[in-house]
Design a protein around this ligand. Structure first.
Ligand code: SF4
Ligand code: SF4
Length: 431
């Protein structure tokens, strides 16, 4: 009962619950209230009570009264001590399942200059939203007026028991799906936890104004995380940590309090260039510079239209995202498997035949990907991506038959990619 009460209390954002079994439950409640108030750092928030009935030796029913009290032990003293608050925030963040929590300022001047140059070069491709928000992306206070600090958090996502990534990439008949998308949609998981943390901060300091983000608004999350000491921006442009590599998600909380900041993370890429060398499409055009228009993650997820012909053969069997630059990164030898059940592999997506996925109709797609990030690309784009991978697959009658089965698809986008794939299969079969 105690365990269950603790679990429920945590789910609702309380620090804990205490349970008493008392014949005289009034005295039990009094005792629990005292426990909750102990140390002056918390207080009684609410209670539930009831009784158990059971037969006693003389056959008459007997009762034991129970009570559960929830207490907010995480509250901090009313006079704001920003150093103490920062310490609490980091503790609460880790208790909520984040592996690292850091605090940074909002000075993204250098990153803004880089962003503008990147946009001028057109490296953002069809991601018009990157340009649309202008300077708001690099100036947190323009997104949330009054923002003084950004709390950055990271959460591991590498799923346990997933098939070996290189083995799948090298198996042309199977589909490779980016490791982050094998489980449930991380946006929901992270947003929920970030909201809980924001609630804890607001409960502790009513003056705190916070807003949470997770890849959901014009936020330069990698740069903010670097400023918050969570790592550095690797040459592949993702955040890297010496302790955990790069298999993690990032989330942010913008806040209006002058919390003490952490030291920005330092670059540890050194002379390494493995990510640049391995990239199948040479999308990392220079260290720290990504031409998204060539990146397979962009081509399979962000791009809605036709995939450029010259890039299709380079995509191989990667049907949703690409992890090559992370797979070769030496820092990922320190990556840890996630403990989050939501990020566990679903539907065998870590190693599944392309023809099987290509056979899914729209209803199956919607059912299987309910609650998954993949759902957002839609069935049409999904078929487009698989058609490219089937075109790149070793010749087989099964692959040709699967493609022919979609040759009359009503979508011109799917139709065109299927035609391309059939021609490619025919060329491979004749050679
Ligand atoms: S995700 Fe793939 S395509 Fe994009 S930069 Fe990394 S290796 Fe290149
Ligand atoms: S592969 Fe090497 S260069 Fe690329 S991000 Fe990792 S450490 Fe940096």
């Amino acid at each position: 009962m105690s365990e269950c009460a603790q679990q429920r209390a945590h789910q609702r954002g309380f620090a804990g619950a205490k349970v008493a079994l008392q014949v005289n439950y009034q005295s039990g409640l009094q005792y629990l209230r005292q426990l909750c108030g102990k140390g002056g750092s918390g207080g009684f928030v609410g209670q539930l009570q009831g009784y158990f009935r059971f037969p006693s030796r003389d056959g008459m029913p007997a009762y034991i009264t129970w009570a559960i009290i929830c207490c907010m032990q995480n509250t901090v003293p009313q006079v704001i001590n920003h150093t103490e608050l920062a310490r609490h925030i980091k503790e609460w963040g880790r208790a909520l399942g984040f592996q690292a929590v850091g605090i940074g300022d909002t000075d993204l001047g250098n990153a803004e200059a880089r962003l503008m140059q990147w946009l001028e070069r057109g490296y953002h491709g069809a991601m018009d939203y990157m340009a649309k928000h202008g300077t708001r992306r690099a100036r947190p206070a323009e997104l949330l007026p009054g923002t003084l600090r950004v709390i950055s958090l990271r959460m591991d996502y590498r799923p346990p028991h997933a098939a070996d990534a290189w083995q799948v990439i090298n198996d042309g008949e199977h589909a490779f799906i980016s490791r982050y998308a094998l489980g449930r949609d991380y946006h929901k998981v992270l947003r929920n936890r970030l909201e809980k943390l924001a609630q804890q901060i607001r409960a502790a300091v009513p003056e705190a104004e916070c807003r949470v983000f997770t890849d959901s608004a014009p936020v330069m999350e990698v740069e903010l995380a670097q400023r918050a000491h969570l790592g550095w921006r690797g040459k592949h442009t993702l955040l890297l940590s010496r302790e955990r590599g790069s298999w993690f998600f990032l989330g942010e909380i913008y806040i209006n309090l002058p919390l003490p900041v952490d030291t920005p993370g330092e670059d540890h890429c050194g002379s390494c260039a493995r990510c640049i060398e391995i990239c199948p499409t040479q999308a990392i055009v220079a260290p720290y510079q990504l031409d998204a228009r060539r990146c397979i993650s962009y081509l399979t997820i962000e791009l809605k239209g036709s995939i450029p012909l010259e890039l299709r053969p380079l995509i191989g069997n990667r049907i949703y995202g690409c992890d090559d630059c992370q797979l070769v990164c030496p820092w990922n030898r320190f990556a840890q498997v996630t403990a989050e059940p939501d990020f566990a592999v679903r539907h065998g997506l870590d190693d599944i035949a392309l023809t099987e996925l290509f056979a899914w109709d729209e209803t199956t797609f919607a059912e299987r990907f309910a609650g998954s990030a993949i759902y957002r690309i839609g069935h049409e784009q999904w078929l487009r991506n698989i058609a490219v991978a089937l075109g790149n697959a070793p010749y087989s009658e099964e692959v040709v038959a699967a493609l022919q089965g979609r040759a009359q698809h009503p979508s011109p986008l799917v139709h065109e990619h299927v035609e391309w794939a059939l021609q490619r299969q025919a060329r491979t079969g004749n050679s």
